[in-house]
Every structure is written in structure tokens, then in C-alpha cells.
Design a protein around this ligand. Structure first.
Ligand code: NAD
Length: 272
């Protein structure tokens, strides 16, 4: 299994990246430096994480060529009516000329702005400020609206997804349309008990891997992209060492069975 996959727009995206939600500007500098050394190329931030400045510092410190990095940021809800300025501010904080991917963070349907925001992303893509455009926390009805209004399909839907909340039907819906599913909170924000489940610990022992590695592998074998977060050096290194073993169909089914339809984050229909 290779470490990247093609998106609908023909560009490649790494299957695994580093998430940096709830990390400070100081923490992300060390975390991203460690991650790049360990082989990560994708960094997932957002304006609302208030750490784009630290991410920008880390990118500037790196000796990696810009074209080898894949930097994602997200448009925050109140900025849906002001895409141009929000994107410019993110690029300034990140010290970048372009983003590899920009996502509308939440549909926030009560604002009634997400289609206009999507038009803003399309325009910014045409002017070269964003390479690929996608969405996050969108339901089929929201994505259908975007496609009907603009003819442009998002390349990614970044959604909450982990063994306790596997979102099978939304994932299948996206896959059928060529939209890649990227899991946020792929480790259920540190396990929420899944690291101790006997199904997981038994599989982990068999492959001499950690429970976190088994869960990340489960995502990858479901063709889900992952952005596990850590600021701990050993975990950052551990989380990318998931391309050298393969779960059997029976093991995949055992982990599928842990689904409790249990959201950890907000409901996309309600969150503003
Ligand atoms: P996660 O599932 O990645 O869990 C992170 C936590 O798991 C860490 O803080 C640490 O406590 C633990 N952990 C990490 N590696 C571990 C290991 N190897 N062993 C044991 N414990 C380990 O949760 P997350 O941060 O919520 O999600 C990942 C990323 O997804 C975020 O950082 C962010 O970039 C993105 N995200 C996006 C949205 C959205 O609305 N689009 C929402 C939440 C998160």
C-alpha cells in the first residue's frame, strides 16, 4: 500500500498526516519538526486552532521543498461570507503562497452561507491560492447542494470517524462519488476505551503493534485518510509506522463491530 492516493482533481494526497488541534504555537513547532523527520508530509490545521503562526514557523524552519509538503487549513464558520480575507489571513500566518487544501470547516446550515463560501473557494482555486478544495462535516444534502449550484465536487469530506463512530453510510456515500473520506479524531481523541478493547489488544499483540497503530491501520484498509494528533515525539513516530502490516478481513470485522454510533464532537446540523 503506497502512502498517497489520487483525489478527484488528479492531485495526490498523503493517506496519513499530523493533526494539530489543541496544540499551541510552541508545541506545533516541535511536533511538525518531528513529524517531517518521521516521514509525514501532510499537516492539518485550521484558523480556529489559533496555531497557524506556529505551523508557519515550523514550515519555514524545515528544509523540505515546499512541493513535498501538503498543508491543509480550514475556513471558520463566521468567515463563510468572507472567504477572500480569511484565506489571505491564513496564508499570511502560515507564511505560504498557497494551500494544498482548504476545507469549509462546518456546513453551519443555519448561516445559509456554505454555497457562497464554496464559490469563494472555487475562485481562490482558479487564482492559484489553493490547489485542492474540500469540505468538512458535510452531510450528503449539503454536498448535493454544492454540486447542484456550482458543478464542482469537493475532493475531500473530513468527518468524525473512529471505531466507536464509523459513519459507514456517509463514508460509502462519499466513496461512491469519488470524494475521499478523511477521519478526524481517528483515535477517538485518545481511545475512549477502544485501546483497551480485547479485540484491539489481541490484534495489537499479534502484530507487535500498539492499539493506536491497529486502529490507524483499520482506517487505512477502509480507504479512509487519517490525521492523528499528537505532540509527543514517540507517538508521532509510532502513528506513521502503520504501512508494514495488514489486518485480515476477520480482524477488520472485529473492529467494525466496536461501532456504537457514538459521536464525540458536535452534530453538523446544529453546530454554528
Ligand atoms: P485523535 O483521535 O487524533 O486523538 C488525539 C489524542 O490521542 C492525542 O491528544 C493523544 O492523547 C492520543 N494519542 C495520539 N497518538 C497516540 C498513541 N500512539 N498512543 C496513545 N495515545 C495517542 O483526535 P483529534 O486531535 O480530535 O483529531 C485529529 C485531528 O483531526 C485534529 O488534530 C485536527 O487536525 C482534526 N480535527 C478536525 C475537526 C473538524 O471539524 N474538521 C475536528 C476535530 C479534529
Amino acid at each position: 500500500m503506497t502512502n498517497s492516493v489520487k483525489m478527484l482533481d488528479g492531485r495526490s494526497i498523503p493517506k496519513l498526516g499530523l493533526g494539530v488541534w489543541q496544540a499551541t504555537n510552541e508545541q506545533v513547532i516541535e511536533a511538525i519538526t518531528t513529524a517531517f523527520e518521521a516521514g509525514y508530509r501532510l499537516i492539518d490545521t485550521a484558523s480556529v486552532y489559533e496555531n497557524e503562526t506556529g505551523v508557519g514557523e515550523a514550515l519555514k524552519m524545515s528544509t523540505l521543498p515546499r512541493e513535498e509538503m501538503f498543508i491543509t487549513s480550514k475556513l471558520w464558520n463566521p468567515d463563510q461570507s468572507n472567504v477572500e480575507q480569511a484565506l489571505e489571513d491564513s496564508l499570511t500566518r502560515l507564511q505560504l503562497d498557497y494551500l494544498d487544501c482548504y476545507l469549509i470547516h462546518w456546513p453551519a446550515p443555519s448561516l445559509g452561507q456554505y454555497t457562497n463560501a464554496w464559490k469563494g473557494l472555487i475562485k481562490a482555486q482558479q487564482s492559484g491560492l489553493i490547489k485542492s478544495i474540500g469540505v468538512s462535516n458535510f452531510l450528503p444534502e449539503h454536498i448535493d447542494t454544492l454540486i447542484q449550484q456550482t458543478g464542482v465536487t469537493p475532493v475531500i469530506n473530513q468527518i468524525e470517524k473512529h471505531p466507536l463512530f464509523s459513519q459507514q453510510s456517509l463514508s460509502e456515500w462519499c466513496t461512491q462519488r469519488g470524494i475521499l473520506v478523511q477521519a478526524w479524531s481517528p483515535l477517538a481523541q485518545g481511545g475512549k476505551g477502544i485501546f483497551e478493547q480485547p479485540e484491539v489488544t489481541t490484534i495489537a499483540a499479534k502484530y507487535a503493534k500498539s492499539p493506536a497503530q491497529v486502529i490507524l491501520r483499520w482506517h487505512l484498509q477502509h480507504n479512509t485518510l487519517v490525521i492523528p494528533k499528537s505532540v509527543t515525539q514517540s507517538r508521532i513516530v509510532e502513528n506513521i509506522q502503520v504501512f508494514d502490516f495488514t489486518l485480515t478481513p476477520e480482524e477488520m470485522t472485529l473492529i467494525d463491530g466496536l461501532d456504537k454510533h457514538q459521536r464525540l464532537g458536535p452534530d453538523p446540523l446544529e453546530f454554528v
